[in-house]
Design a protein around this ligand. Structure first.
Ligand code: MN
Length: 247
């Protein structure tokens, strides 16, 4: 059977990051881990990478054409974006990426454009709407457990449980009240932004998922579902939720 599959699949934009590699000289690339692309594709979306460096008008024009958006993982947001006084804990900042993603997040919320915000993206969504972050969860949040499973841990390492709010979009997507998740972050949400509600918590009380009130689908998760799909197919449901809302 022939279908118009390519034109009917929702177009999902994914943000990228800048990676500088020293070859004969220092060369800068815009990059993205393929697991994000694979997850959007598996969920029925048509993925496209969003470059950094675009001006606000271009970002708005891009968002006009996109049916949905994924804010991807990455380094820290500049502390200046949430009036942090603890620069000593903040690293791997890209001011241009902050500008691009904060703009896209605000516009997506304003325009009711479906949005899945992953790890750094979950933090971007909170900062974009006026929230703040723990510059380092372990050092700044009383009673915090370990969340920074970097280094020798595979990205799919199941680090801790999350308990999920029963009436959330996350609960609807995953069809359960708790889940085991990976944890590849050293920062986290401190003050929740107005307009967001918490949808899941780690055992230490850290907010691990948010969603925007009254929005068709704006969900943030502090973990990396795109790295869990092979072991935990239910995590694909988050991407299905995005693609269905975008369709
Ligand atoms: Mn965590």
């Amino acid at each position: 059977m022939t279908t118009n599959r390519n034109t009917s699949r929702p177009l999902i934009g994914l943000t990228t990051y800048r990676k500088t590699i020293t070859q004969t000289s220092s060369v800068s690339y815009l990059a993205l881990m393929p697991s994000y692309i694979e997850a959007v594709t598996a969920a029925g979306g048509l993925p496209v990478m969003i470059p950094l460096g675009l001006d606000e008008e271009s970002l708005a024009a891009l968002l006009d054409r996109l049916d949905g958006l994924v804010l991807t993982g990455g380094g820290d947001i500049s502390g200046a974006r949430y009036r942090s006084a603890h620069a000593e804990y903040i690293f791997d900042v890209d001011e241009d990426r902050d500008r691009v993603e904060l703009t896209l997040a605000r516009e997506a919320i304003e325009r009711d454009k479906p949005l899945l915000a992953i790890c750094r993206g979950h933090q971007v969504l909170n900062v974009a709407l006026g929230g703040t972050l723990y510059e380092d969860v372990f050092k700044r949040m009383p009673g915090a457990m370990k969340h920074d499973y970097f280094g020798d841990f595979p990205r799919s390492h199941l680090a801790h449980m999350v308990t999920i709010e029963p009436d959330s979009k996350l609960a609807m997507a995953l069809g359960r009240g708790e889940a085991k998740v990976n944890s590849l972050h050293h920062q986290g949400i401190r003050d929740l932004a107005p307009g967001l509600k918490a949808a899941a918590y780690a055992p230490d009380g850290l907010i691990e998922s948010v969603e925007a009130d009254g929005h068709p689908f704006a969900v943030g998760v502090q973990w990396h579902p795109e790295n869990l799909i092979a072991d935990e197919p239910a995590m694909l449901a988050l991407f299905r939720g995005l693609v269905d809302a975008a369709g």
